[in-house]
Design a protein around this ligand. Sequence first.
Ligand SMILES: [Zn+2]
Length: 280
Amino acid sequence: MNNFLLDESVFENLGSLAKADVMLTSPGGSYEVETFNDVLYLTLQPGKSNNTKFDEEASLNNKDKNLLLSLISVIKEPAQWDWSAISKYFRMEKVKRWCKNNGLPAVDYDIRRIAIRLDVFCLKTATLYLAYRLWQVIKNEDIDGINKYSAILFDHPALDKSRPWYEKRKRMFYIQSNVEHRKYHATCLFQPILNNQLKNLDLKISIEGYSLYLEAESIFDLCFFHLANMIAKGEKEGKNIKECKGCGDLYTGHGNSQFCKYCNRKTVWSRENPRPKNKC
Ligand SMILES: [Zn+2]
């Protein structure tokens, strides 16, 4: 098999999302968790007006990491990760707000509603979150972090634990405890997880627009691409990722910026210092 490396100019145009899916998952409206046929779904409530303007250009631009960062910020990591209980780690109010701002990240067509199964939403988002964390700890050579996130990802439900590859990888990881060794084997675990998600992207050409572009079927696929793109850019990438002092969400900001766009200084100040109500 041959490998082709895409040059920088190609990457400028990558990141287009299929129009049809943007329409289906358009933002606005309100979202609830509901049960259909004994399965929990995150559903768009019928009849609610759609008054949020989807910033398609910003979301689809592969240089903007905020789509990915805001999605993984809906998780509150527990002290002990348990794959069978991950929906508990999701802050549902944040999940609903994220969907209101961005639309559903993917749509399941098994019920007559615009909806996604809650377990699918949680699994995909958790995978993105853990892949992001593992990348950070590998980059920072944080051995405790590498141990922690590798152990969680070794238990990932999508990994086929009966394959010899899996046993070998796990044994190799634990055989020595030095940073370089663990870093290398964590990377070997991490790569197939990301590559598996990147398979969902289609490289296409637009003859009219003289451009190559990637087509993603869902916002999840786009977020995996954003993450892979960040990793591909090297060690310095991700330096401007910050944790908002107002809400704890991850976002990109320059210099001394401390708040995400939803809680800039003014908004936080007025929330903490409410104006006294006029008596008359
Ligand atoms: Zn914030």
